[in-house]
Design a protein around this ligand. Structure first.
Ligand SMILES: [Zn+2]
Length: 588
């Protein structure tokens, strides 16, 4: 009894069930009809009914094809189908198959007639003609998929005014802009980027490139119109004037999501001949906040810097290329001095962080105030104990520094330079008087950031004796080195390392060279004898940036490839990139 139902045909018509409709006239006696046979014969009917209600009826209504007339025609076919089933003996497989295909044919003719007649109607535009390949529903499905791919707003954004920026209505075009703007930031966060720069690439496209552990990664191209909308969205969120497309403006917002807990973002917008530029800096304050012991200095180097901080006289140069932690190190060097007993000041383009106990002076190039050199001179005239200066923008700043009373103030001067010697040369050139420049120099620090190998996927290997010899490493002491992996075995299958996203590196540390300037060195600088200076510095056998980097490679912290990358001579600006013309992203 499980697979069949007993239907009594002698019962009154009123109690007719679905299954019995097809067997009503089959005889005056009891008969057994498998319920699955009834369902099989119901299928063509259901398909037809679905087609009528979701497509044909709507089509008839939409294009005024005579909805009632067509409904009547459909009913006639329905009765014809019913009559067909009643007449047909459906016991046996052959009968059942005939019943099934018969029904399919009857309903198919109905639908076919409708389509044929409707498609001939001149009132129906070509694109709305009915096609049996269901291309329309396929398109609808792909549209839905597209909308799903576009994604939803995931970030909670707290704007400059501390108010939550509520996502617009999903139907609004502004919603798509919001999702696209969020996507840029989410992608950057997922890639462990410290900064994203949305920069015009050419006439019609922008690119959102990322800075991941100091290495620039090309981003997806963005259509110019989209990029501008994204830039305007973030500018508005950070409380910056959307109309002002020329001046450099900066502001802060906070974002959070399921995966991100209250992260601060700094938006730096500026304009150039080629268009607008937006730099998004992740966690700007935390990024430059590091205790001296966490900078990556060797113990000996840290001890040397601490000994320098026991006095408050003389000039210390800090040289590093862009994006190599100069700001962080400058703040950190100031921390070596006691902020409660010394008067410590900074002169900065932009407050990267608020440092406790330190008077930070902002230089605003756009304001009417004094120029950088004048600001430096007036600050030093008041004899502060320690001054950190973020840059050496021109010769007059160099001159004002060299003539200041460096017996009464310690100056840490941060310079964009590729090495410690290059920093000295730059300073001497700015001062314009090598003897005067050499007089006040106390020491020089060179720095480069190196990427650290991902501990989850780094690969150990045995270096060849030739390789060690080339690197100047002792073969008897260095038994293994490490290189980047990027993949890990998960259930014996190589998969992209989830910790570093397959990059092989995660995080950076500083590699330093810390050199005191004593009489020997001072003499060479005064004579601008750079080879002599190199020799004098080498005599002290203090580790250089490269040697510090190699030591970190031997310790397994980084790879030889990274050491080569950061110690390679700086690339000459090629005409292809025309960096003088192209807009520059904000620099940390
Ligand atoms: Zn990894």
């Amino acid at each position: 009894m499980l697979d069949s139902i007993l239907i009594s045909v002698t019962e009154p018509i009123g109690s007719v069930t679905l299954g019995s409709a097809f067997t009503l006239a089959a005889g005056e006696t009891f008969m057994l009809v498998s319920w699955w046979k009834a369902i099989l014969l119901l299928l063509p009917f259901l398909g037809w009914a679905w087609m009528i209600s979701t497509v044909l009826d709507k089509h008839a209504k939409r294009f005024f094809l005579g909805q009632e007339k067509w409904n009547a025609i459909h009913m006639i076919f329905a009765f014809a189908a019913l009559a067909f089933v009643i007449v047909l003996p459906i016991d046996g497989i052959a009968g059942l198959a005939a019943g099934f295909f018969g029904l399919v044919a009857i309903f198919g003719i109905d639908i076919g007639i409708f389509i044929a007649i409707a498609n001939k109607d001149e009132r129906i535009p070509e694109h709305a003609k009915l096609r049996l390949d269901f291309s329309e529903s396929a398109k609808k499905r792909s549209d839905k998929k597209e909308a799903k791919k576009l994604g939803n707003s995931e970030l909670v954004i707290i704007g400059a005014n501390k108010m939550k920026i509520v996502p617009p209505d999903k139907e609004a075009t502004a919603y798509a802009v919001r999702v696209a703007a969020e996507e840029v930031v989410i992608n950057g966060h997922n890639a462990h980027a410290s900064q994203i720069d949305i920069i015009p690439a050419n006439e019609s496209t922008y690119a959102a490139s990322m800075l991941v552990d100091g290495v620039r990664q090309a981003g997806e191209p963005l259509a110019k119109a989209d990029a501008i909308q994204i830039i305007d969205f973030w500018k508005k969120a950070a409380g910056l004037s959307v109309e002002d497309r020329r001046r450099k403006l900066s502001g802060y917002i906070t974002i959070s999501s399921e995966k991100i807990s209250n992260m601060s973002l700094k938006m730096v917008a500026s304009g150039s001949k080629n268009g607008m530029v937006l730099s998004i800096v992740f966690n700007p304050r935390e990024a430059v906040r590091r205790a001296p012991k966490d900078l990556g200095l060797l113990d000996k180097q840290l001890a040397e810097l601490k000994s320098w901080a026991e006095t408050t006289e003389g000039m210390v140069l800090l040289g590093a290329p862009s994006d190599n932690g100069r700001t962080t190190t400058l703040y950190s060097l100031l921390q070596l001095h006691d902020a409660y007993t010394s008067n410590i000041q900074t002169i900065e383009y932009d407050f990267e962080d608020e440092v406790e106990g330190i008077k930070q002076i902002l230089f605003d190039a756009t304001s009417e105030g004094p120029d950088f050199a004048t600001l430096v001179r007036s600050t030093l005239r008041r004899d502060p104990d320690v001054v950190g200066i973020c840059d050496l923008p021109d010769a007059s700043t160099g001159k004002n520094l060299a003539i200041a009373d460096l017996d009464r103030s310690r100056v840490y001067l941060s310079l964009k330079a590729d090495s410690a010697i290059a920093a000295i040369q730059l300073y001497v050139r700015a001062v314009g008087d090598a003897k005067l420049a050499a007089k006040g120099l106390k020491g020089v620090v060179g720095e480069k950031l190196i990427r650290m190998l991902c501990g989850n996927c780094k690969v150990a290997y045995q270096p060849t004796p030739e390789m060690l010899k080339k690197l100047g490493l002792p073969a008897d002491k260095v038994k293994q080195l490490h290189k980047k992996g990027g993949q890990v075995l998960i259930r014996n299958k190589p998969e992209v390392c989830p910790v570093c996203n397959g990059v092989g590196y995660i995080g950076q540390t500083g590699c330093f060279g810390v050199f005191p300037i004593e009489d020997d060195e001072r003499k060479m600088i005064a004579a601008e004898n750079w080879n002599g200076l190199r020799t004098a510095m080498r005599k002290r056998s203090l580790p250089t940036v490269q040697q510090t980097a190699l030591r970190k490679a031997v310790e397994g912290m980084t790879s030889i490839e990274e050491v080569s990358r950061i110690t390679a001579p700086p690339k000459k600006k090629s005409s292809k990139t025309s960096s003088s013309k192209s807009p520059k992203p904000a620099q940390a």
